[in-house]
Design a protein around this ligand. Structure first.
Ligand SMILES: C[S@@+](CC[C@H](N)C(=O)[O-])C[C@H]1O[C@@H](n2cnc3c(N)ncnc32)[C@H](O)[C@@H]1O
Length: 217
């Protein structure tokens, strides 16, 4: 298991039935079974080739009936409602497409469009329990919560993640610094006035959030 996968799995909760959607290698499903985080697990992947890796890793669990593999889009081929859904390593828009119905519990690690995903989840009545940025070779966002319960987010919380703002971490500060460096390296010369103003506004916003984060570390 890589550092990223371990950090994601730390947010799983013990449930009867888990789904690892876009499982690829299947390491997280294996970890969940071995650590008593689920009694049964569905591993799904839209790619037959990817799913094969999980089927090889989880061969014993499949034979024992503790794991079922399904080659499908998202949860489309899963024949029951799972108590918790894990989706990691996919874009936020793909995750939104998969979560047409919100599960009782979810752990999501979007590769991009985290803001859009937070807005979707809160808009659909989810309760966000964890919303962090962590470092595991690169910076990753993680959003975990419950499908019901409702929540209120400010525009800044949608953009940066609520826990990052309320409980600043070294990882979040590192993420902001990396984003600021990226922004500073953009060449503004070819931007029109509007794009340049937007670029400057965004840079100033990130600098302000970094300042607040460092003050509270
Ligand atoms: C980058 S891998 C991530 C694997 C693993 N979840 C992780 O975090 O390491 C993304 C996987 O999601 C699968 N995938 C992409 N879109 C999917 C969808 N709509 N439904 C199921 N699997 C999907 C891909 O085939 C690929 O195996």
């Amino acid at each position: 298991m890589t550092d990223r996968l371990r950090k994601i799995c730390a947010h799983l909760r013990a449930v009867p039935v888990l789904a690892d959607v876009g499982c690829d290698h299947g390491y997280m499903a294996k970890y969940a079974l071995e650590n008593g985080l689920c009694e049964r697990v569905y591993v799904t992947d839209v790619s037959r080739e990817s799913l094969k890796k999980a089927e090889t890793l989880l061969a014993e669990e499949i034979t024992a009936g503790r794991c079922k593999s399904v080659c499908c889009d998202g949860l489309d081929g899963v024949p029951e409602r799972c108590d918790s859904v894990l989706i990691a390593g996919m874009g936020g828009e793909e995750i939104i497409h998969i979560l047409r119905e919100l599960p009782a519990h979810f752990v999501l690690q979007p590769m991009k469009n985290a803001e859009k995903l937070r807005r979707y989840l809160v808009g659909r009545g989810a309760k966000i329990l964890t919303d962090i940025t962590f470092f595991a070779g690169k910076y990753y966002h993680l959003v975990a919560g419950e499908g019901q319960g409702g929540d209120k987010y400010s525009p800044l919380e949608f953009l940066f993640g609520r826990d990052n703002l309320k409980r600043p971490s070294e990882d979040f500060a590192g993420y902001l610094k990396a984003e600021i460096e990226k922004m500073k390296s953009y060449s503004c010369e070819k931007m029109n006035a509007e794009a340049r103003a937007e670029h400057e506004r965004r840079l100033a916003q990130y600098l302000e959030v970094l300042h607040g984060t460092q003050k509270n570390l």
